[in-house]
Design a protein around this ligand. Structure first.
Ligand code: NAP
Length: 309
């Protein structure tokens, strides 16, 4: 095999990427996974995953990531830890460039996932790691016995509040509407948690800080009343932004920046597939990302065999 040439290059080592790698490698194709830091993507920052089948007691996200990587490696998939700087996905032979190497393949699987959205408040960026966090399971332990708030109303916010309620003295949940978007499984445990207070119809308007975060101003949207919360930590769980900047101008993206691809994971470019959180999809879960990976491998196999005819 020519150096740095593969049947498929998978950009991103989350559950979608490693499942694509497993299926492709098991089907006899040479597969390279390019991963920036360590396997797992956002899944690796999840303490306990209870809704991935086969783990009746739940599973730690980082451990599951390592197992997924091992599963793909067993069939010969390779991993390189390297950040992709640019891609050229348009021709029949795609090019993926990292700081050290240029890799080439007739098929590419885009699996770069999504990153947490910011609130955009003054001080938010500077306070990252000094009171502001986007990952409760990564940083929660620094706030043991303290008072924190979580902003958001989706599954991430709900899961974060429950996780933090077991560590912290007090947890506020600040949500901009009067109803959570989170699935119903979270509602009862949230009601039962004695140290959780939900602030409905509320928005953080200002971060209060010196060297580190000291609190936040929270405005009730209906009454206009502003309340000052004294806080040691603020966890932002206000959704995800797809990591698709690298592909802009080549792969078709929708207004939200998600790759336009249906259940086949095919994009507008022949030989380019999109799996997991970065593509348009109704449910972003480990299991749906993994399913995408399998589907992408199926269609890339079809694409490669038609190419050879
Ligand atoms: P999400 O479902 O998009 O929810 C984002 C939340 O943040 C919404 O409640 C939204 O409010 C709020 N929000 C957005 N922008 C805001 C702003 N500028 N100010 C204040 N609030 C703002 O995001 P997510 O919770 O991170 O979940 C992402 C995906 O991962 C989802 O598909 C989710 O199901 C999945 N996930 C699943 C699990 C699980 O199954 N256990 C756990 C975590 C994540 P509105 O409701 O008013 O729009």
């Amino acid at each position: 095999m020519e150096r740095n040439v593969f049947d498929t290059i998978i950009i991103g080592g989350g559950p979608g990427g490693y499942t694509a790698a497993l299926y492709a490698a098991r089907a006899g194709f040479s597969a390279l996974v390019l991963e920036k830091l360590s396997p797992g993507g956002q899944m690796a920052t999840t303490d306990q995953i209870d809704n991935y089948p086969g783990f009746p007691q739940g599973v730690n996200g980082f451990e599951l990531a390592l197992e997924m990587q091992k599963g793909a490696q067993r069939f010969g998939a390779q991993t390189e830890l390297a950040e992709v700087l640019r891609v050229d996905l348009r021709g029949p032979m795609k090019e993926v460039v990292t700081q050290k190497e240029t890799y080439r393949a007739p098929t590419v699987v885009l699996a770069t996932g999504a990153s947490p959205r910011e609130l955009g408040l003054p001080g938010e960026r500077e306070l990252r790691g000094r009171g502001v966090s986007y990952c409760a399971t990564c940083d929660g332990m620094f706030y043991r016995g303290k008072t924190v708030a979580v902003v958001g109303g989706g599954n991430t916010a709900a899961a974060d509040v429950l996780y933090l309620s077991r560590l912290c003295e007090k947890v506020y949940l600040i949500h901009r509407r009067d109803q959570l978007r989170a699935s119903r499984v979270y509602l009862e445990p949230l009601k039962q948690a004695e140290n959780v207070e939900i602030l409905w119809d509320s928005q953080v308007t200002e971060l209060l800080y010196g060297e580190t975060l000291t609190g936040a101003k929270v405005r009730h949207k209906k009454t206009g009343e502003t309340r000052e919360l004294s806080l040691d930590g603020l966890f932002l769980a206000v959704g995800q932004l797809p990591n698709t900047q690298l592909f802009q101008g080549q792969v078709e993206l929708d207004a939200a920046g998600c790759v336009v691809a249906d259940e086949t994971t095919r994009t507008n470019l022949p030989g380019v597939f999109a799996v997991g959180d970065l593509r348009q999809k109704p449910l972003r879960q480990v299991v749906t990302a993994a399913a995408d990976g399998a589907v992408a491998a199926h269609f890339l196999e079809e694409y490669l065999s038609q190419r050879q005819q």
